[in-house]
Design a protein around this ligand. Structure first.
Ligand code: URA
Ligand code: CA
Length: 434
């Protein structure tokens, strides 16, 4: 088999066989095929697409390139949750304890965040003493004891995806639905949960910018998941404005804790509820949506979910004072409050610009080697459709890097659009795909 022939075949719009897909994935992972040939093939895939069978075969081959993690040691069905990535997304820190408090195991292996803000693991680093690198046995034992553990992903999951994603990133071939679907699924399916709930983000701060693409991606994720015997559901959710008010690691940890105490932002709470209902249904312990919702509301009201987070932090060796007294979390040496120069209603807040501003302040990673400033971020005072008057506070910036303040300020200011009328048709959940 020759790589040249595979490139030519895809260039001419023909589907690749399972053998051909396996050949380029496995040999590229072993560096037996040069970057320039795989780049050419990726561009041909980008332009001509892949059919369902090719996408499935690509996913399978990427899973086979690395390690598999088994969850069979956990009592009860394990339902994983995955977000395609948004701005200010603190959901895992809230949803995990909620699910666990409902008596359903929540086992999360989380990757390092890339982009706007850190991932869940970066956020948990703010808690002194917490061990996020439990060995596999401790991880499973903790879940069997208290229904929850969140750890940093170790081992070698889908190394083929890591290499191919790196290449896509520099060859303008990220935005391809079959490539995105196989990339996400190769990592998700390597962790052998019983089911997966996807939060497919749609809007200015997400990969998917229009509903048709988001539906197509969701269909692919659900189809591949089911083909692998996993119960899979996807929700397409709003990422036109940042989720909640906080963007940035420590700020989001505080927002998550407040949400667990019942004082969270409406959109963030609603999203956690919607995803939680899907997880409880897939767990098999709940049959009715209404029953699942009532249970989730109850664990917020009676503080069982909040206490579950404390329990998890303590069992992983962390100092739970950082949860009980969020003043202990660093907010950075510098901050800047910005006031509105106009009056009216907020008609939009561009989530992508807010994400970029938080990156400027130091909240995220430009690449895998960059260091995160956990204190850095943006606290919004307003959300879309809120009324604003002249000189009213609109947002506050936080950082340890003083020179970044002015650059970030400009970016955040341009992200807010103020108009005379509220538009009032804001929606959190667009669609459910099963
Ligand atoms: N997230 C992934 O893991 N892969 C993609 O290709 C895009 C988003
Ligand atoms: Ca947030």
């Amino acid at each position: 088999m020759r790589m040249y022939d595979i490139i030519e075949k895809k260039r001419d719009g023909n589907p690749l066989t399972e053998k051909e897909v396996n050949f380029f994935i496995q040999d590229y992972t072993k560096s037996l095929i040069p970057d320039y040939q795989v780049s050419a093939l990726l561009m041909a895939i980008y332009l001509n697409g892949m059919n369902e069978e090719e996408t499935f075969n690509m996913t399978k081959s990427m899973i086979d390139s690395g390690d598999i993690f088994y969850m069979s040691g956990i009592n009860g069905r394990v339902i994983d949750k995955h977000s395609t990535g948004g701005v200010g997304d603190t959901v895992t820190l809230i949803l995990g304890p909620m699910i666990a408090a409902c008596g359903i195991p929540f086992a999360k292996m989380s990757g390092k965040g890339l982009g706007h803000t850190g991932g869940t693991i970066d956020k948990l680093q703010a808690i002194k003493g917490i061990n996020l690198e439990l060995n596999y046995e401790e991880f499973i034992n903790n879940i069997n004891n208290i229904n929850i553990s969140i750890v940093s992903q170790t081992g070698n999951i889908a190394p083929a995806d890591k290499k191919i994603y790196g290449l896509r990133d520099v060859t303008a071939t990220v935005d391809s639905i079959p490539l995105i679907a196989s990339s996400i699924m190769s990592k998700k399916l390597a962790i052998k949960s019983d089911g997966i709930v996807f939060d497919v983000k749609l809007g200015s701060g997400a990969f998917m910018k229009n509903l048709d693409d988001a539906i197509q991606l969701s269909n692919e994720l659900v189809r591949i998941g089911k083909a692998y015997g996993r119960d899979t559901t996807a929700l397409i959710t709003n990422m036109d404005e940042p989720l909640g008010y906080a963007v940035g690691n420590n700020l989001e940890v505080i927002e998550a804790i407040e949400t667990l105490k019942g004082n969270g932002p409406e959109d963030l709470y609603e999203l956690c509820m919607a995803l939680g209902i899907e997880i409880l249904l897939l767990s098999g312990k709940f049959k009715e949506r209404e029953q699942a919702r009532i249970q989730l509301e109850e664990v917020i009201e009676n503080k069982k979910a909040y206490n579950k987070l404390i329990e998890m932090v303590e069992l992983q060796g962390g100092d739970s004072l950082y949860i009980k007294d969020t003043q202990l979390l660093d907010k950075g040496k510098y901050s800047m409050e910005i006031k509105s120069k106009e009056e009216g209603y907020i008609s939009s807040i561009d989530a992508e610009d807010i994400g970029k501003a938080s990156l400027i302040l130091g909240a995220g990673r430009e690449d895998m080697s960059s260091k995160i400033d956990l204190a850095a971020g943006i606290l919004l005072n307003k959300k879309v459709n809120d009324k604003i008057s002249i000189n009213e506070k609109i947002f506050t910036l936080y950082t340890n890097d003083k020179p970044s303040l002015l650059k970030a300020k400009e970016k955040v200011e341009q992200s807010f659009i103020i108009s005379k009328k509220a538009n009032n048709n804001k929606k959190m959940i667009y669609k459910r795909i099963v």
